[in-house]
Design a protein around this ligand. Structure first.
Ligand SMILES: *Cc1c(COP(=O)(O)O)cnc(C)c1O
Ligand SMILES: [Zn+2]
Length: 374
């Protein structure tokens, strides 16, 4: 039996077998609560992928399809940024099969799509999520159409096509791309394997938290610095740590400090205005293409997650992005500009507020520098 979807607005339940991607009322779908086993012996220590946590994922015990789909995603190292800052840690999520953290979500989502008997998926993305979905779909024997905005890095477009997907380059901005994919879904062209809409994606990204818990041997980081566009990693990290809290394995949630681009910051604006919903902004152009989301569909949930952890939202200074990217490369980490923006935002925050953590701070290296032309 599948774990059901539940509407975040009206609480109506839907089965995943219905292949719906949102509620009739327009609400975003979440997953109903299901039982999670995270005991020491429930973790399959012989499995070197995020599927070592299969007992904490919404699959039945007979579910084995993931074995044909997994490419060893997850299990990324955590190391200090440099020796001067032993408590400032980076998690190398660009060390994944398609070189971004999106593989966490895509592996779980496509495993579920395969279980549902889906023959073709449709997805829209600013690049990395599309690449992940394309790679996993093809591996699973599922046809795949990916929609990207016209300003997407050519390398990302080439990577998506190389994984066997059909790429639709859509004129206009990221929101126009979303609308183009949605109308294909509404015309019945395929299953909407959206990292934004489909709640199974977040079941994959929550393993970011599980791994931190295992790697730090239960020590709770003081803060997680996380870039936020659509919030798949913010929400995943939040859900993962909340699971651990509910199970009594940790006593409190780490503070989530989310980072937005200074030129596309709907969640930041809602946060400082104390709103619990976001309003579409105009993206005025940023090198941080991975977080340039003007109208995040789960804005309210992202705001709630950040507030629940006593966290905050900060802005990445555009002018510091390339310099920060170069500085990180000199420390050995070759990252894409969106990831550099997370660091630029955090360093500015430390300079301006004197933030001086006594515990560990973790920043993800979300995407590889090889994906960018800059
Ligand atoms: C997708 C992505 C982000 C932002 O993730 P959201 O789920 O949109 O919040 C940040 N950095 C990189 C490299 C990404 O691919
Ligand atoms: Zn509803």
């Amino acid at each position: 039996m599948s774990t059901n979807y539940i509407c975040s607005k009206c609480e109506k339940k839907h089965t995943p077998e219905s292949l719906v991607f949102k509620c009739d009322c327009g609400g975003m779908l979440d997953l109903e609560e299901f039982s999670i086993d995270f005991s020491e012996k429930s973790i399959n220590k012989e499995e070197w992928s995020l599927f070592r946590y299969i007992k904490a994922l919404p699959f039945s015990s007979e579910f084995t399809l993931w074995k044909d789909i997994s490419m060893g995603e997850g299990m990324t190292p955590i190391v200090p940024l440099d020796k001067e800052n032993p408590n400032l840690l980076v998690k190398l999520d660009y060390l994944m099969p398609t070189m971004s953290f999106k593989d966490r979500g895509a592996a779980v989502l496509i495993a579920k799509a395969k279980e549902l008997g889906v023959k073709k998926v449709i997805q829209d993305s600013s690049g990395n999520a599309g690449t992940s979905v394309a790679a996993y779909a093809n591996r699973a024997g599922i046809d795949c159409d990916i929609y990207v905005p016209e300003n997407t890095s050519p390398k990302k477009i080439k990577q998506i096509a190389s994984h066997g997907a059909k790429v639709h380059v859509v004129p206009g901005n990221r929101e126009d791309t979303g609308r183009a994919a949605l109308s294909a879904v509404e015309r019945g062209e395929g299953f909407y394997a959206s990292h934004v809409y489909n709640p199974f994606f977040y079941q994959g990204t929550k393993t970011y938290a599980y791994e931190i818990y295992e790697q730090l041997k239960g020590e709770i980081p003081e803060a997680l610095i996380i870039p936020v566009g659509n919030g798949t990693l913010v929400l995943g990290a939040y859900y993962g740590f909340k699971d651990l809290l509910k199970l009594g394995l940790i006593e409190k949630l780490p503070k989530i400090i989310a980072v937005q681009s200074q030129y596309c910051a709907p969640i930041y604006e809602a946060f400082v205005e104390n709103k619990n919903y976001t309003i579409e902004v105009k993206n005025t152009g940023t090198l941080a293409e991975g977080i340039a989301i003007a109208d995040p569909k789960r804005g309210g949930q992202i705001l709630e997650a950040i507030r629940d952890t006593s966290g905050e939202i900060i802005l990445a200074p555009e002018d510091d992005i390339l310099k920060t990217r170069d500085d990180l490369a000199l420390k050995g980490f070759y990252i894409e500009p969106t990831t550099a923006s997370t660091f630029a935002g955090y360093f500015k925050y430390v300079r301006e507020t004197g933030f001086n953590p006594s515990g560990k701070v973790i920043i993800p290296l979300c995407g590889s520098g090889l994906k960018s032309e800059l």
